[in-house]
Write a protein that binds this ligand. Sequence first.
Ligand code: PHE
Length: 448
Amino acid sequence: MSTVRFSRFGFILAAVGSAVGLGNIWKFPYVTGEYGGGAFVLVYLITALFIGIFVLIAELLIGKLGQSDAVSMFENLATKKKNLWKYAGFMAIVPLIILSYYSVVIGWIFHYIVVSFQSLPSNIEESKNIFMTLLTTDLQTQFMYHTIVFVLVTSIILKGVKDGIERINKILMPLLALILSILFVYSLSVESFSKAVTFMFNPDFTKLSSEAVIVAIGQAFYTLSLGMGIIITYAASLPKHVNIVKSSLIIAVIDTSVAIIAGLIIFTLLFDKGAESTKGAGLVFISLPSVFYEFGSIGTFLAILFFIAIAFAGITSAISMLEPMVSFFVNRFNYTRLKAALICSLFFYILGIAALLSNITDYSPVLMIGSKNLFDWLDFVASTILVPLGGILVVVFVGHFMDENKINAELIPLLGKTITKVWFFMVRYIIPIALILVILNETGIFKF
Ligand code: PHE
């Protein structure tokens, strides 16, 4: 492993940069809407804070003790079956698959920054039209933005952990915090803010299905970038004296707060104009633009800030998705960073082009597999099946295949004996079962 390391602050920022992404600002509000508001938020908070922090600690432990790339760390740290465990490290391919379409979505966001500057749609029909035109016919625009994202993230990754990843996070994350604060303060002044608070924090348990619980667990993993070798890889570049428990807490609390704040902002604006809360994936790209329009000239300003914020959040996440495989090639095969970055970036770039083509009407028939097109398949397989699967591998590995004494030596001074035992129990038994339930539910093998 290279000797270049994050600074302590740089590490936290980079991990938060990875965690805070489209999942927080785009996905969290719409699943909250779909699964009934307050009760879902409560379950999500509990799972993100408990399961999330426990698994974050597990991933930070692997990185801190392993000090290498994901594949080598699983191989070196396994007390038995090393040869098999190294394959677990290939979970690092999952974020590259996610990045293929994530990059396309960041491209849409870039497009919406431009749309906000030019003219926002004046009603929902027009808004739908703009989005569907972009999605199903505008190959050129999507291709152009996807290419811009490709060039951008590759050039940052090329510069390495400190001058690339840490640096960009130090610029974008404070700006993101500033923009979200401005939007939040504005939404405080809007009358419907209290409605949004009630919607998000007044749990109506009759609306809570067991499926919602399962979805909340899946969302907690996705939003914290767990189960993909990302946090593991970042943690391998941790500076020496870092309290991994405190770091996990900070990462999870900031990530969760951003999701809640984004939710409050979005629901305040929607409720103020009488728009619906359950708008599925179109919430940000269809409902919000026309709501911004109704706010007049301040709305244009809010829209620009809002889309810039999501773009920043998306870019810092995108960078984190590249790093695990890049570090694998550099470390295992002694590739230069340039060669490794190009291989990984071209992989996601080309797959991303296929994904975006699958939404274009002229090409979609060729890229349909069964009931879904390639874009939706990639999202489904990667984020709903492979991410929880990666999570299972992490907890089973840490709970059953790593040297318990080494783990105790790290955790007991930080957590004390009893809580370390609770952590082991969760990691060994409860979390794997919870994740199996997530997969069964998502694949429809067993619906809750
Ligand atoms: N955690 C990111 C988000 O919430 C998503 C992500 C997925 C990041 C995969 C890295 C890897 O948007």
